[in-house]
Ligand binder design. Sequence first.
Ligand SMILES: COC(=O)COc1cccc(COC(=O)c2cn[nH]c2)c1
Length: 244
Amino acid sequence: MRLDIISIFPEYFAPLDVSLIGKARERGTLDVRVHQLRDWTHDVHKTVDDTPYGGGPGMVMKPEVWGEAIDAVIGDGAPRLVVPTPSGRPFTQELAQELAGEPWLLFACGRYEGIDSRVMAEYGDRLRVDEVSIGDYVLAGGEVAVLVMVEAVGRLLPGVLGNAQSAVDDSFAPGSMRNLVEGPVYTKPPVWRGHEVPAVLLSGHHGKVARWRRDEALRRTVRNRPDLAAELDPETLDKHDRKL
Ligand SMILES: COC(=O)COc1cccc(COC(=O)c2cn[nH]c2)c1
């Protein structure tokens, strides 16, 4: 997968040189290219923003600079354009899976009050454009949101996660974990400061372990995420609920 990021703070993406993503880049699974938006300005101050039409506080990012930057980065290619914004569609594990299937992603990091909307309109008929929110809060810019999405997507790419199985068991993963969060996890020692690991996990009985894990996932989902629990089909909920 090729991954381009355009930002006025390219240094935000230094973390992509380490850990899972760093290794994927070394292996060539991921080709990450970070671009400084100001490289496409033509004034001495490298201006990327201006006052908003219609008045109001803050500044808006200029369409000309973004247009030149995106044109330069994509050439005659057609990556999927992802723009983090508080007003976007929710970023979910499902969307992460979808993006992990794309050959080329281009992330545009907005700052200030946002990017002039004509930029998204301009590329809308040529590229798939997704305005995406990572949560209902406002950041100073899109960079941190891109780090979140790149990590969520990158770990789903083949060969990036040590054990492909763990992606299947992820919270929210499609299939058996859909609308469920994961339950508690344990490792050695069997007793720590008087806290014992649940006996079923030491039983070696895989069927019972699987059942216990599902019950715990459901218990935690009902407790922490009633919004997701409401989506569970009643049959699943009912079967487990009697134990909660
Ligand atoms: C069309 O999109 C834009 O103009 C994007 O502009 C901005 C402006 C300010 C901040 C951000 C960063 O995104 C978030 O704050 C965000 C994303 N998810 N949850 C919070 C982006």
